[in-house]
Design a protein around this ligand. Structure first.
Ligand code: 3PG
Length: 326
């Protein structure tokens, strides 16, 4: 009897591990595909404001169709929900467009190395804006994150200030997005997938006028013709891929949180960046100096240390998963 129970327990643990493994593999794979196509598009068509808008548009359209065809149940929302979502959407829009602007100016790997320091931003914002204190070990883990990123930036062969600042602004914006989300989700019953869908729609509305003002239909049309003449008709599939995969990886990451703890999520997100950094360096043959790689390794190691010490950076997504479970 005891043996049978033990067997079942072992099987359950193994099944749980397999499930998490599948979630992570899907999340990282979708994210790698997004990053590759996003960069391919940006290389041929350097209009990050439009490509960011198209990512949000694709996600919004996919979710509206899913609701209309009852593939997914539409959320029940009220005015208060949308009011609480507004600051989240503003931060999400800034974080998204800033990351895309960054990737249009520098190597994908460089953007993601800088983005691996997001936990450091979380700690600094919480300390200086929210007056929260952390154990000394958390502050100490910031040293390798900041030092590693600094070393990578200082030795980056194709350093570009807009690219660097874009990744930094994205970090800051996403920290605020997480803080606002946490507040906005309190007591609401919209699950992770639908919350992210509503976020995409509101961000789309916010971003569209800015994209028109920053770039505009005339430059888009000229850029599009040039890209199609260089790449061929396949260019449209690249644009479709970057847009659809952007939504899919975000959706899987939000949905997978129903199954994993904040700590697992934090480690998963760092591992995701490692797979993107490695894949993009191979695919785009990005030149990397040993000291540059050392900086990235130190920064990522610091993020691992941080995730052992603090779980706050991902509390927004976790609170959403809790809502989804209810
Ligand atoms: C974006 O375009 O929003 C960024 O690439 C997001 O990056 P992240 O989801 O890896 O933080």
């Amino acid at each position: 009897q005891i043996n049978i129970e033990l067997d079942e327990e072992v099987r359950e643990v193994a099944a749980g591990k397999l499930k998490i493994g599948i979630y992570f593999a899907t999340w990282w794979a979708l994210n790698v595909v997004f990053n590759i196509y996003n960069k391919k598009v940006l290389n041929a068509f350097p209009f990050p404001w439009l490509t960011s808008t198209l990512s949000l548009a694709a996600g919004s359209l996919m979710m509206l169709v899913s609701w209309a065809t009852k593939i997914a149940e539409a959320p029940k929302t009220d005015l208060n929900f949308w009011k609480a979502l507004l600051p989240v959407a503003v931060a999400h829009t800034i974080g998204h467009v800033a990351a895309t602007v960054s990737m249009s100016k520098v190597a994908v790997s460089f953007t993601h190395i800088i983005k691996s320091s997001e936990p450091a931003f979380s700690v600094l914002v919480s300390t200086f804006f929210l007056g929260e204190g952390f154990p000394p070990a958390v502050y100490l883990s910031l040293l390798p994150i900041i030092g590693g990123c600094g070393l990578t930036a200082a030795t980056e062969l194709n350093f570009n200030m807009t690219g660097f600042m874009g990744a930094m602004i994205s970090n800051l914006a996403f920290v605020f997005r997480n803080i606002f989300s946490k507040r906005g989700m309190k007591g609401k019953s919209v699950g992770g997938m639908n919350y992210y869908a509503c976020l995409s729609m509101m961000s789309l509305l916010i971003l569209t006028p800015f994209a028109i003002a920053m770039e505009g239909p005339q430059v888009w049309a000229a850029g599009w013709d040039k890209a199609v003449s260089q790449i061929g008709p396949n260019f449209i599939w690249w644009v479709a891929a970057q847009s659809v995969f952007y939504h899919l990886y975000n959706q899987v990451s939000y949905m997978s949180l129903n199954e994993i703890s904040p700590l697992t999520f934090s480690i998963g997100n760092t591992m995701k960046r490692i797979s993107v950094i490695v894949a993009s360096i191979i695919i785009f043959q990005t030149p990397v100096q040993p000291v540059n790689a050392l900086g990235a390794a130190i920064a990522i190691f610091g993020t691992f240390l941080y995730s052992q010490k603090d779980e706050r950076a991902i509390v927004m997504r976790w609170s959403m998963s809790m809502q989804a479970k209810k």
